[in-house]
Write a protein that binds this ligand. Structure first.
Ligand code: TYD
Length: 149
């Protein structure tokens, strides 16, 4: 569960002069069962959201309208993604701190999530998150010692 497990997913786009269509199927375009959908809207232009990590939750984030940037951090490395097309999703695995920044006016951030809302699944303190991420990366898993970066 590190930055390299997060990725941009190219979603299908059915082009049509009446208007384009994109669809998302669980286990096909997202590697999890979709148990919750939520969306952010009316974010002030240039505004920010996020600022937390999840212990177990997986998510796919889509700019359904407009654009914003997503800054990901696994406690060791950071990456910045610009989402500005409704047919690109950003898959975020567990244990990734995320900040959503630089919202355009009228942007809609659509989120598909692998579980129901659970405040106990959040890290909201960055220092605590970094400590826990470091511990997990030092824990031997199925016999393979993950090297600390
Ligand atoms: P939060 O996840 O912190 O928002 P963001 O990451 O977009 O900044 O959630 C903001 C508030 O909304 C918080 O009080 C919890 C509540 N909330 C729910 O009740 N259900 C949900 O599915 C989500 C995502 C948030």
């Amino acid at each position: 569960m590190q930055l390299s497990d997060c990725r941009i997913v190219n979603l299908p786009k059915i082009t049509d002069p009446r208007g384009n269509l994109t669809f998302i199927e669980e286990q096909r375009h997202v590697p999890f069962r979709i148990r919750r959908v939520y969306y952010l809207y009316d974010v002030p232009s240039g505004g920010e959201r996020g600022g937390h990590a999840h212990k177990e939750l997986e998510q796919l984030i889509i700019a359904a309208s407009g654009s914003f940037d997503v800054v990901l951090d696994d406690g060791a490395q950071c990456a910045r993604y610009r989402l500005d097309r409704p047919y690109f999703g950003l898959y975020i695995c567990p244990m990734i701190w995320r900040e959503l920044v630089n919202f355009s006016s009228g942007a809609v951030c659509l989120v598909l999530a692998s579980n129901l809302y659970d405040e106990a699944d959040y890290y909201r303190d960055y220092d605590e998150f970094v400590r826990e991420a470091g511990k997990r990366n030092r824990t031997p898993q199925t016999g393979n010692l993950k090297l600390e970066r």
